[in-house]
Structure formats: structure tokens, C-alpha cells
Design a protein around this ligand. Sequence first.
Ligand code: MEV
Length: 312
Amino acid sequence: MSNDHEPLATGSAAGKIILFGEHAVVYGRPAIAAPVQQLRAYAEIHPGRKCQVVAVDLNRVIDVAEAPEDDPIALMVRLACHELGRSLPPWRIVIRSDIPMAAGLGSGAAIAAATARALLAGFRVDLPLARLSEMVYEVEKLHHGSPSGIDNTVVVYEKPVWFVRGWPPEPFATPRPFHLLIADTGIPSPTRFAVADVRAAWQKDPVRYEALFDRIGRIAAEARRHIEHGRSADLGPLMDENQQLLAKLGVSSPELERLCAAARAAGALGAKLSGAGRGGNMIALVEPEKRAQVKQALLAAGAKRVVETKVA
Ligand code: MEV
């Protein structure tokens, strides 16, 4: 990190993928998400003269007291201090992240969660995960107006979760871990635009969109049963079907379709976009022995980066 001295406290949080149910989850259907331990955001606290955030990847220094209300990291710091009844501490909060931004991998939520965790550690206090998740949700609202809450939930709980908007999340058993490749189209796609476009389309044709959301919700329910019974190979066709429905919602793209097709042709059991779509990342379900060949095919089809992860 950018500071030579030992930090006073640290915090970190994982990125996330949505396995099933993105977009439909905004409209009350269930979705399944999992953390990605290989991609993390980190925050370190160092003594300073005033409360500042140093966002290393953005090359920005934010003076928390002066920052505008809609600055997400400053908001996180203010919320955490308010929650704990503290005034802004004279700390430099140094943040960096491995998670690409606007790529469907929960970078905003993970940065907020890592920042909150570092502050809690700095103040030597703890908060229930549910409360931490609510605070990160407040920050998510700045990123896009009507988040379902799935990103903050999976990032804070750091477990595979079954999520229905407005209900407590249900972490659930994955008796047989399974492997996914996460491939980046390299095309940034801020969640708020895709979510707003789906909303506009739903308002124009609610009957069609509600039917698509229902089908996606049923796929998520079926997928949960397969995961809980250790039948992960059966998830492949469900991923493909979910992808077709996402394309009908208007959130796929030629690049995402190309990567999904390349993964399937190279032996993946199923593939779909993950997150808001349009750009960002897709996921492919792979048997361990096919990992290398599918990864190669994804790179040859234009993926900018491929990360392997295990859902366990
Ligand atoms: C973004 O990771 C998932 C979406 O369903 C939006 C949301 O749930 O808030 C596209």
C-alpha cells in the first residue's frame, strides 16, 4: 500500500457474482449470489491530521468533512461515525481494490464494506452483519437509485446467499463446491443505466416483463435445489436459460454473447452474464479438468481477464 507505516486498523471485503436472478431480483423475485474471494477491496487506517480518504486506484484524496453529499466513500465514513456516535476521526483511510469498477462484480459495495470494517476496527467496536449491510445499502443507493440489496448482502455476509428483496438473506449450504470462470468483456457498464432501462421497458410492457421475471425467479428456485443437493452439473442448462431471459430483458450484448458461446463450445456446462449486464462480466460453469481449455477459449474470444473461483 501507499504508506510505509503499520496501519492502526484494516478492513477488507470480497467482490461478488450473481449466479441466478439479476434484474428480476429488483422486482421481488429470488436470486442467488456468491462472494468472489479472489477479488477484494482493502482499507487501511493511518493516523492523520483530519479525516481523509485516499482512493489509491482513483488517484483521489477525499476530505470527508468537505466532500459532497453524494460521494459514496465519504458517505460510508459519515454513516459509520454517525452509527457509532463518533465525530470524524483524524485518520487517513487508504483504499485500494482488485475488483474492476462498473463490471458487475460489486466493487462499490465491497469498497464501502471494507471502509466500514476498517473504521469499526479502528474504533474497536463491532456491529451485527445485518446493520453493516444496511449501511452499505445506503451507499449502494448512490450508485443506482433502486438497488435490490443483493450486492451489499453478499459482500457483507461473504457467503453464498439466497436473496429476496425485503427479507432477511438466507445463507445456504453448498455441499459440493463447484467451479466458475469469471470473464471480463472489458466494457464498463454502470449498474444504474441497465437497471433504469429495464425499469423503463417494464413500465411500457409490464405483462411481458413480469412474465420474464417470473421465469427467472423459477430458475433461481430450481438452481437452489440443485446446489443444496450437490447436483451442480444441473446448473449449466439453468444458466443458459437464465442468459436467454436476460437477453430478452435487453441486458445482454454481442460481447457477452460471444463469451458465453465460446465457453459453451469449449466445454463449459453453462454460461451467463453476471450482474447488470450490457458489458461487465460473464460466468461459466466448468468441471475442474476443463478449466484450462475454457479459460483459453474465453481469452481467444476477447475476454480481458479471466478469474477462477469456487463456490463453496
Ligand atoms: C446488480 O449486481 C444486480 C442487479 O439485479 C441490480 C440489483 O439487484 O440491485 C442488476
